[in-house]
Design a protein. Structure first.
Ligand code: BTN
Length: 324
């Protein structure tokens, strides 16, 4: 990790021009080193304006994540649940960082954010587009003694938590698409990726990964309709990070007691496709019908020919049935 790169972004963070010699002088490095870091930032998609006269600028500025700012705003109960907070300049996937920490024996309350992911992952092995310094990519670990059964519906509950956080910033058109896509005006703004480690019937660890688009740079290509929160509200990255931790950590701490039942009704109130024609792609078949909410374990319910069936499993994907 290069502190110099982050310090350069920090010095350009308020969007003003700063000369190459001033950057080099403050950081105690050569102008060539400054230039190399700026080039790396450009490779990562950060726009850098250059002026012979004034130096360098990040148009519009950039708010880097800061452990100090995140922890200062986090609720007291969530702060007690954080055992370690890491912010990485760039990593493959924050879920993989947390996985590695669990393998080292460090399981509870390890929180990792990254400014950029080079191999961000979504469900079904899809890429999660993760450019530098704009959105939020966060993962944390939680340890459950009660095995996988206690975790039924957890990924849906996390979606409810993220939706609540978005609403807390005064944004109203939030919806959820089964199992855990977060939508704004029907376009995807975030997603949850849960991974499990350990004994499915005993002591297991969960990696909770959340990606939330906050200010996607122009020109980014994503293979589905998407949105970002900055179109709906003025929210700082650190502010959003604190709000997510304040909501999600206490939720995880209480989940084995509460289970999905505490979140069931609210999940259905956010359900984007309740009573709408949907199409489920399962590994064996396509199911067409009308969405009827979710079961008390978080399985999707579909009504076809007057019969309601429930479906669950990581391989299933849901689409609106536009041919209906
Ligand atoms: C999905 O909607 O398919 C889930 C997306 C989850 C993305 C987040 S970003 C932080 C964490 N690290 C990853 O590689 N994925 C999750």
């Amino acid at each position: 990790m290069s502190d110099t790169l982050l310090r350069i972004v920090d010095l350009l963070g308020d969007g003003d021009f700063v000369s190459g010699s001033a950057l080099a002088g403050v950081l105690g490095v050569s102008r060539t080193t400054v230039w190399k870091h700026l080039k790396k930032l450009e490779e990562w998609g950060v726009p850098i304006e250059k002026s012979r006269r004034y130096g360098y600028q990040i148009p519009g500025g950039m708010e880097l994540l800061s452990d100090k700012h995140i922890i200062r705003r986090v609720s007291g109960s969530a702060r007690e649940l954080v055992s370690c907070l890491k912010i990485l300049e760039s990593t493959g996937s924050t879920n993989s960082v947390v996985r590695a920490r669990i393998e080292e024996g460090f399981a509870q309350g390890f929180v990792c954010f990254a400014e950029r992911q080079s191999g961000g992952r979504g469900r079904h092995g899809r890429e999660w587009v993760s450019p530098f310094g704009r959105n939020l990519y966060m993962s944390f670990s939680w340890h459950f003694e009660e095995g996988a059964a206690a975790l039924e519906g957890l990924s849906l509950a996390v979606g409810v938590g993220v939706a609540r956080v978005i609403e807390s910033f005064g944004v109203h058109d939030v919806a959820l698409k089964w199992p855990n896509d977060i939508l704004l005006s029907r376009q995807k703004v975030g997603g949850v990726l849960l991974e499990m480690m350990g004994d499915p019937v005993g002591s297991c660890k969960v990696i909770v990964g959340v990606g939330l688009n906050l200010g996607m740079p122009k020109g980014v290509e994503i293979g589905q309709p998407w949105s970002d929160l900055s179109r709906y509200a003025k929210v700082g990255r650190n502010e959003l990070a604190s709000a997510l931790l304040s909501e999600l950590l206490p939720m995880l701490a209480d989940y084995s007691g509460s289970g999905f039942s505490d979140y069931h009704a609210q999940w259905e109130s956010y359900d984007a496709y309740r009573n709408s024609p949907i199409k489920l792609q399962t590994p064996r078949m396509i199911v067409k019908g009308v969405g009827r909410g979710v079961s008390n374990t978080g399985a999707i319910k579909v009504e076809s020919n007057g019969v309601i069936e429930s479906y669950s499993g990581g391989e299933i994907s849901l689409r609106p049935d536009n041919d209906h």
